[in-house]
Design a protein around this ligand. Structure first.
Ligand code: DX5
Ligand code: ZN
Length: 221
């Protein structure tokens, strides 16, 4: 399991240091939640703040995993690529010309992901799936950290795995929202490759929190 802590839940007054604690503890990626106050009812930060994490990410070889919860993401793809994004994920609901947007992400040299809100059916990815590097299943309604995991998301992950196999897609499945040591095993067993966690990593002792995720997903002998 790839663990991608969401820095949205970090202390922005000491962002780099807090993110470093997660990477020191063995986290794999840094998840960058960008919110515009239009697509979602909250504003977070943009490419300049993310750029401040680039040196840290490079030091650890940790990809910056950008989740754009914004309207008209095409306008900002180059800014996030330039700021060091490894993966750029856009929302299906925000992209009327999704194929063109995915192509634009690839043309910038980044991996391309598409996120689905909880009410958006998987079938909307049927045609684009073979072109994707990542599918992000939202397990809360996007906009805020610290929300409760929507239980039906586990079955959606399982069905997403089937869709990817059926369409010949090699995309990885990422799950985002309300994931914690208590439910992560079910999410991974359903087929998730990448787990995003904000509060469950950054609230309290970061090293202990990361270790709890690893224990929860360790194979029992
Ligand atoms: C929600 C964001 C998530 C969120 C996860 O809109 O996309 O990445 O920060 O935070 P937790 O793990 O606290 O639900
Ligand atoms: Zn996210």
């Amino acid at each position: 399991m790839t663990l991608a802590p969401s820095v949205l839940a970090a202390d922005f007054g000491r962002l780099e240091d807090h993110a470093r604690q997660a990477l020191d503890a063995g986290a794999d990626w840094l998840h960058i939640d960008v919110m515009d106050g239009h697509f979602v009812p909250n504003i977070s930060f943009g490419a300049p703040v993310m750029r401040g994490l680039r040196a840290l990410a490079d030091e650890f070889g940790a990809p910056l995993d950008v989740h754009l919860m914004i309207e008209d993401p095409d306008r900002y793809l180059d800014a996030f690529a330039e700021a060091g994004a490894a993966t750029i994920t856009v929302h299906q609901e925000a992209c009327p010309h999704l194929h063109r947007t995915v192509q634009a992400i690839h043309d910038l040299g980044c991996l391309a992901g598409v996120a689905l809100n909880p009410a958006t059916p998987l079938v909307t990815l049927e045609e684009i799936a073979p072109d994707l590097d990542l599918v992000l299943i939202m397990s809360v309604n996007p906009g805020f950290g610290g929300q409760t995991f929507i239980p039906g998301s586990v079955d959606k992950v399982r069905r997403c795995r089937e869709l990817l196999a059926r369409t010949g897609s090699r995309a990885v499945i990422e799950v985002d929202g309300g994931v914690a040591p208590g439910n992560v095993r079910a999410v991974v067993e359903a087929g998730a490759d990448v787990i995003v966690a904000g509060s469950a990593v950054f609230k309290g002792d970061v090293a202990e929190n990361v270790a709890a995720f690893r224990r929860a997903t360790a194979t029992k002998v």
